[in-house]
Design a protein around this ligand. Structure first.
Ligand code: F3S
Length: 410
């Protein structure tokens, strides 16, 4: 059956609600036809990626300006992914003026469209928090995976243009992860490995390594393969944030179930196809992301995905009365930083010489070839540092990252 449109939707497609709405409808209809959706369904929330001018270029900026100038206005709660720079303090990042000007034009276009220019990849930490079974249209792979899996909301992996089209129409094609049958688990992963860290060490990097191991298995089976993960006794919000980013990066995964931890896991029995993940595989994954001589580190970053308040607070304890000796970016949302300011956390971190940077991250900022040897606690950041910026990268725990940052290399 082909895509059926209501009278209202048809009038949008025929341009009776303006050119921006028509373009948005054309995008949704094209996507719906490709994926054989039978209808469009209402959504309640949108997260829009495609914000950094480094990724968008002039063609992307012109598209946004066209949509804004032709009267486009969002109809649902819509937030924005990171841009290519800290909107308020871009000079401290070494961003050049021409880039900053173009980036601000992108932000202005989104503002004109009515998008809330949050510029964070963790919208679920700052109030864009969909409920279980809610239909949404999110782009940004880590946030999509988190929303589908940890929150039990329903979204496909939207691109920037299709997410914007959904924001303007309040609609998305009904296919993929919006449908019950595509949310069933396909393969059971039994995790026979220690993800506890030890001595109170942060465990998010271990979950990043697990995401790489399972993601690589998923990639062999196709991105729509849904993993059902067993024997994880505990996972913090930060662990799940890290895992979502990593499995989405290495496997293209948009949905996982984790027995006893994610909400939909209770509805399913573990699939019969079973893959056991052992400690050796986790160790191999970690070692595969240790590619630099630490003394040569020239760039350190935490906050991929953007740091939570909990992580900021822990980081302040680690950096108290210490001094960092390398370029050290801590990326978080402006909203989390606002609370950190109130708590006195910002002062402690900045007194160390580390930079708290909002609205952007080490991947979408234009820093290609500016550094050579990066250290991070994020498996996703390690992947993109190499693939996009051509840095070498090393994965460490947050505690070890701080140790590396505060050690004075010769
Ligand atoms: Fe977020 Fe940038 Fe990482 S958008 S998930 S901090 S690559």
């Amino acid at each position: 059956m082909s895509l059926q449109l209501s009278k209202l939707e048809t009038s949008m497609l025929h341009g009776q609600h303006g050119k921006a709405m028509q373009k948005a409808m054309q995008i949704l209809v094209a996507v719906g036809q490709i994926y054989q959706a039978e209808s469009l369904i209402p959504i309640s929330s949108v997260q829009i990626a495609g914000v950094s001018y480094d990724n968008l270029g002039d063609a992307g900026l012109e598209f946004l300006q066209f949509m804004a100038n032709e009267g486009g206005k969002v109809r649902v709660f819509a937030t924005l992914n990171p841009a290519g720079m800290d909107i308020q303090n871009w000079q401290s990042m070494g961003i050049n003026e021409a880039f900053a000007q173009r980036q601000m034009e992108v932000i202005e276009a989104y503002k004109k469209l009515g998008v809330i220019t949050t510029c964070t990849c963790t919208p679920y930490l700052i109030g864009n928090l969909p409920r279980f079974n809610e239909h949404i249209a999110w782009s940004e792979s880590s946030a999509v995976c988190f929303a589908n899996s940890v929150l039990g909301a329903r979204t496909n992996r939207e691109g920037g243009p299709s997410a914007l089209a959904s924001a303007l129409t309040g609609l998305t094609p009904n296919f993929g992860y919006h449908l019950d049958q595509n949310r069933l688990p396909d393969v059971q992963f039994l995790v026979d490995a220690d993800l506890k860290g030890g001595n109170g060490t942060s465990t998010a990097y271990l979950f990043g390594a697990l995401g790489k191991v399972i993601g690589q298995q998923i990639e062999k089976r196709g991105k729509t393969c849904v993993p059902y993960i067993c024997e994880i006794n505990h996972a913090s919000l930060e662990d799940l944030k890290s895992f979502s980013a990593s499995i989405a990066t290495y496997g293209g995964t948009a949905l996982f179930h984790m027995q006893g931890i994610t909400p939909e896991a209770n509805y399913f029995s573990p699939p019969t196809e079973l893959i056991t993940i052992n400690q050796n595989e986790i160790d191999i994954a970690i070692n595969s992301m240790r590619n630099i001589v630490l003394e040569k580190t020239d760039f350190i970053t935490l906050g991929c995905p953007h740091l939570s308040l909990n992580e900021m607070s822990h980081l302040a304890q680690l950096l108290q009365d210490k001094h960092v000796h390398k370029e050290f970016w801590i990326t978080t949302s402006r909203q989390v930083k606002g609370i950190a300011d109130m708590m006195g956390i910002t002062k402690i971190i900045e007194a160390s010489g580390a930079k708290i940077i909002c609205d952007t991250c080490c991947v979408v900022a234009p820093i290609k070839a500016r550094f050579h040897n990066m250290v991070s606690d994020s498996a996703k950041a390690c992947y993109y540092a190499q693939a996009k910026h051509h840095f070498s990268a090393t994965l460490q725990s947050m505690e070890d990252v701080v140790q590396t940052a505060t050690t004075d290399s010769p």
